[in-house]
Design a protein around this ligand. Structure first.
Ligand SMILES: Nc1ncnc2c1ncn2[C@@H]1O[C@H](COP(=O)(O)OP(=O)(O)O)[C@@H](O)[C@H]1O
Ligand SMILES: [Mg+2]
Length: 233
């Protein structure tokens, strides 16, 4: 579905990604694990067209994404759930969700989509009129995921959804991700929680220092080997 080939990108004169290649298969969870600062978020930004590529290309269903605006990517079925959740604290929960339905083509279906999100997250429905700032960290993550779902995306890029959450809430977040997977969604999941990520992943990439240092099917990953590699540098 998504094909990343030899991508080099960074911020101005600072290069971060070094010839990164990756394949995302439809209906699968592809996870990118790796330490802080490895370039995981930068790769998601590059996919979303938020960073120019110095080299390489990214294709969605065989069509290059270069020159496609971030807005058009949303319309073409890619949604990003950013690191740090980035919800609008002063807006209501429902308004936050409606923000996720902004591509014009998606707006007509927004109300049906809202019902679907409320079925997945009953607590958000209960509190729909409350300010998003009243939510706990775990609830805010559910809101961020719900907002991502509002554009009815075919491909979701989810950046560190478990970051900073208590273990029991992390379990809840992963249960939601498992349900999204069961519903047939294609997910790119960036995580530092490797053991949780491995449980729902089909394909695993380890990223270190802006490079992919391990590419494996999840079922073939030996967690000890992965951790040895992870902490080797
Ligand atoms: N906006 C930015 N400008 C300059 N450098 C950045 C910016 N964002 C991230 N970086 C740098 O890029 C590298 C990779 O960061 P990032 O992609 O956020 O890593 P990860 O998501 O794996 O923790 C880090 O060295 C970080 O300091
Ligand atoms: Mg990051």
């Amino acid at each position: 579905m998504l094909e990343i080939n030899g991508v080099r990108a960074g911020y101005g004169a600072i290069n971060v990604l070094w010839d990164v290649s990756m394949q995302v298969t439809r209906g699968e969870v592809t996870t990118i694990v790796g330490p802080n600062g490895a370039g995981k978020t930068t790769l998601l930004r590059a996919i979303m067209g938020l960073l120019p590529l110095q080299r390489g290309q990214i294709e969605l269903d065989g069509k290059p994404l270069s020159g496609v605006s971030t807005w058009d990517l949303l319309a073409r079925g890619i949604a990003m759930v950013p690191e740090g959740r980035l919800i609008f604290r002063d807006m209501s929960i429902e308004e936050n969700l409606m923000m996720g339905a902004f591509p014009k083509a998606k707006r007509a279906a927004a109300h049906a989509q809202l019902d679907e999100v409320f079925t997945l997250f009953p607590l958000l429905k209960e509190r729909r009129a409350l300010q998003a700032g009243t939510l706990s960290g775990g609830q805010a993550q559910m809101l961020a995921l719900g907002r991502g779902l509002m554009s009815s995306p075919e491909l979701m890029l989810i950046d560190e959804p478990s970051l900073g959450l208590a273990p029991v809430i992390v379990q809840e977040v992963f249960e939601i991700l498992a349900r999204l997977k069961a519903a047939g969604r294609t997910i790119v999941l960036v995580e530092q929680n490797t053991s949780m990520a491995l449980r729902i992943a089909d394909q695993v990439y380890l990223m270190q220092g802006g490079k992919i240092t391990l590419t494996q099917r999840a079922k073939d990953v030996n967690i000890d080997t992965l951790h040895d590699l992870y902490f080797a540098r």
